[in-house]
Write a protein that binds this ligand. Structure first.
Ligand code: COA
Ligand code: ZN
Length: 304
């Protein structure tokens, strides 16, 4: 099985959308560039959503156009057709759409039912195919919903079965509020990998209950080789009560590299990006291995 793992940093979107400290597009770009310098090639750089609902994402068009000439794989989240059109007009090459495992989460996040969100996603996908824009879909609350509680595994496998072969590039299983445990992650990911293969599947974990890394490991054992993570553990969904930060990119990369996987990402650079995230937001906790990583990397520098 492949020893190469892709880590997609969603900090500039999932991480920043909920911050009390709203960053300017230039500050967001500074963070994105720090991530690129650390060797991260996949970054979710923002979203095209209601500016009233998420003021922190105002200016995603500026962020995208500033990255126009920059090599890298940049995605933007779009909740509806209007968001898609804005993204396309701003030059997006890859959009990320949202499906829901529960009606309550669809309503809270996008003001539509689960079924309507599926239809919207299909419309966006058709348009994206016509426009030559790549598209990925995320299943939000794939394990547990803050409103409706635990999600039946069959609900998620049914959504995955319906959409995974419709032309989307990847399907992301999101533990939006960080409630899943490794056993539940293994159960769902094993089933989906057996049914569809691992190549299109991505996992997205929040670290609310300190099970983020264990969940990455469980999915890795099922064969998944693509993960979302957020620099400095930034994050939390404003529409999902109880959601705290994503599993920190530096923790995920540290664990993967120590286990002999290749991410192409440099921890030294990541720690610089993580410090920048903390300085800019005044609020990034840093990964759980922060103290050890800082000490270890300092020693490495001294002996270089
Ligand atoms: N981008 C920017 N503005 C948008 C928009 C988008 N994607 N979609 C709708 N709007 C605007 C409309 O033009 C309208 O503006 P107006 O009042 O000035 O005329 C206003 O928002 C309301 O439009 P409506 O279609 O009624 O949307 P809504 O109130 O039902 O809200 C969403 C739906 C999806 C736009 C809103 O809930 C949203 O943006 N949520 C953000 C979800 C998110 O980012 N979650 C975190 C990531 S999963
Ligand atoms: Zn998330």
């Amino acid at each position: 099985m492949s020893k190469t793992v892709t880590v997609n940093d969603v900090g500039p979107r999932d991480g920043l959308q909920n911050q009390p400290n709203i960053l300017t597009p230039d500050q967001r770009l500074e963070l994105i560039k720090a991530l690129l310098q650390a060797g991260i090639s996949h970054i979710e750089v923002g979203s095209f959503v209601s500016t009233r609902a998420v003021p922190a994402m105002i200016g995603t068009d500026k962020v995208l156009s500033a990255l126009n000439e920059t090599p890298g794989h940049f995605t933007v989240l779009v909740p509806n057709m209007k968001g898609y059109q804005l993204a396309r007009d701003a030059g997006a090459q890859h959009v990320s759409m949202v499906l829901y495992a529960t009606d309550a989460m669809a309503m809270a996040n996008a003001n539509m039912s689960r079924a309507d969100a599926e239809q919207v996603m299909q419309q966006i996908l058709r348009q994206a195919v016509d426009d030559g824009i790549r598209a990925t879909a995320t299943i939000a609350v794939a394990w547990e919903c803050p409103f409706d509680g635990p999600v039946e595994i069959g609900t998620v496998t049914a959504i995955a079965g319906k959409f995974i072969h419709t032309g989307i590039e990847q399907l992301v299983l999101a533990d939006t509020i960080g409630a899943a445990n490794p056993q539940q992650v293994r159960e769902l990911t094993t089933k989906l990998v057996n049914e569809h293969g691992a190549s299109r599947l991505v996992c997205h974990f929040h670290d609310t209950r300190a099970m983020g890394l264990a969940n990455v490991f469980a999915a890795l054992e099922s064969g998944i080789r693509s993960f979302d993570a957020s620099i400095g553990g930034l994050g939390g969904c404003p529409f999902a009560p109880g959601a705290s930060g994503n599993v920190a990119t530096e923790d995920v990369v540290m664990m993967l590299e120590q286990m002999g996987y290749n991410t192409g990402i440099k921890l030294q650079g990541l720690m610089r990006a993580s410090k920048l995230a903390t300085d800019l937001t005044n609020n990034a906790p840093g990964g759980r291995a922060k103290a050890w990583l800082e000490k270890h990397l300092q020693k490495t520098l001294e002996h270089a």
